[in-house]
Write a protein that binds this ligand. Structure first.
Ligand code: ATP
Ligand code: MG
Length: 445
């Protein structure tokens, strides 16, 4: 993309309404525009990152054997009356009446709708196990929408639902979700720590929230510092291997890590003092096994191999797709702007022409642009007729991990400059070597 043909409405001023850094940078970098409280338009740059995050989520869910689909945003109230949640949900639910007087709602989550789909088609244990998911907009009329996309009213969520014959099978589905979430967050350059969460009125031990440590997080968290040493890495996983998935769960959840809702001071104090940590975190996902809560009231049953009619065991598993943009920026920025991890960056590499209109500089930039594009990457070429300082400031703000700077002086010696956004380190290389270096970095992902 050439910047002169793109739509990147960068703001010079820091918007007064933004209280935290991710919100400020998303507004300043022209990624989002508030449409009304807690509701945002996704401008091209923000939309690009949103799609990258979605793609990672899709890939990792499908790798785990989970099946993508799409349910509507608007739901009928009748299903929620069946489960009893129409009244329970309270003011967070946006209720709508259509022209025929039917009560509708903008879905805050999809347990009822998916259970209805399941019971309409599935009657035998032979169709199990089954996990369906979608990535769809949700609406929750939050009392205090704030921090930009972190706590919106309209937000994008991946929500997946498993249907299994037994509790054991459903817990394997739970473990598959835990593993696939660890992989997803790491691909986004994030460490998200599974922490034991509160099961709410249903209770039970089978719910974990995934938290990204950040000062601006809304959750208070308590953990053994050893949990921050754990990484999933590039290990191979067989999602059908029950013991292997269980092993990952145990590895990542055996040390103390809890949110304030389940915090147990006595247990916490058993950790050696130098490893005890109290911090703040951003919830970027949650997994939940809830057994037959919905299947019983909504009559989602199957015939088992003894010819008995039994309710299925279910769980639901969410990832805060739009909140993740905020969480990634909170975890990765400096005073000049965003620093995108390579896995989610909107463009792979910036190209800055220090002397627009200079024949050699223009030709070199075009050459880099073509070479990077032909290698399957998306460069962003700042081809504006602007001062170098302004170009650097924009590039730093939007946070592309790599930048190639081209100027007439370097070109006389046959070199351009390749700069890493994160470390600020630059090397002089021939244009061919600079391209090879950048291509190599992304092909290793
Ligand atoms: P919170 O406690 O932050 O209100 P929640 O526990 O109610 O979230 P879940 O029902 O677990 O949310 O939804 C799954 C994921 O969706 C959350 O882990 C979070 O990342 C994201 N999410 C929830 N509410 C919002 C919101 N208002 N804006 C953006 N993302 C959200
Ligand atoms: Mg939650």
């Amino acid at each position: 993309m050439r910047l002169t043909r793109y739509f990147l409405p960068v703001l010079k001023e820091t918007p007064a309404e933004a209280q935290i850094v991710s919100h400020r940078y998303m507004l300043r970098a022209g990624m989002i525009k508030q449409a009304s409280a807690g509701i945002y338009s996704w401008l091209p740059l923000g939309f690009k990152v949103l799609r990258k995050i979605e793609n990672i989520v899709h890939e990792e869910q499908q790798r785990a054997g989970h099946i993508p689909m799409l349910m509507p945003t608007l739901q009928t109230a009748d299903l929620w009356r069946e489960s009893g949640r129409y009244d329970d949900y309270g003011e967070e639910m946006l209720r709508i009446t259509d022209r025929h007087g039917h009560d509708m709602l903008y879905g805050p989550t999809n347990e009822e709708l998916i259970t209805d789909i399941f019971r309409s088609y599935v009657g035998s244990y032979k169709a199990l196990p089954l996990t369906l998911y979608h990535i769809q907009w949700k609406f929750r009329d939050e009392r205090r929408p704030r921090f930009g996309v972190m706590r919106g009213r309209e937000f994008l969520m991946k929500d997946g639902y498993n249907f299994d014959l037994t509790k054991e099978a459903a817990l394997h589905a739970y473990n598959r979700h835990l593993v696939s979430y660890l992989r997803s967050y790491e691909r986004m350059g994030l460490q998200a720590i599974p922490m034991r969460a509160d099961g709410g009125p249903i209770g039970g031990d089978y719910t974990h929230e995934f938290l990204v440590l950040a000062e601006t997080g809304e959750s208070e968290v308590f953990y053994d510092s050893e949990v921050t040493d754990l990484t999933f890495g590039d290990r191979q996983i067989d999602y059908d291997d029950v013991a292997q998935c269980q092993g990952v769960l145990e590895e990542f959840t055996s040390r103390y890590a809890r949110t304030d809702e389940t915090h147990d001071e006595a247990l916490f104090n058993e950790i050696p003092e130098d490893r005890r940590r109290t911090a703040r975190g951003i919830e970027v996902g949650q997994i939940f096994y809830f057994g037959t809560k919905y299947s019983e009231v909504m009559d989602a049953t199957v015939i088992n191999d003894k010819q008995e009619q039994v309710p299925v065991h279910m769980g639901s598993h969410g990832i805060g797709v739009s909140r993740l943009l905020g969480a990634i920026i909170e975890a990765s920025h400096d005073d000049k702007g965003i620093i995108w991890p390579e896995g989610v960056t909107p463009f792979h590499c910036g190209i800055i022409n220090l002397r627009q209109g200079d024949e050699a500089a223009d030709a070199a930039c075009e050459g880099l642009y073509t070479a990077l594009t032909n290698a399957g990457l998306e460069p962003l070429y700042d081809d504006r007729d602007e001062r170098a300082g302004g170009k650097f400031a924009t590039m730093d703000l939007i946070g592309l991990p790599w930048r190639i700077t081209v100027g007439p002086r370097g070109l006389k010696n046959g070199v351009v400059e390749l700069t890493c956004r994160k470390t600020g380190e630059s090397v002089e290389l021939s244009p061919e070597d600079a391209v090879a270096r950048v291509v190599g970095i992304y092909s290793a992902l």
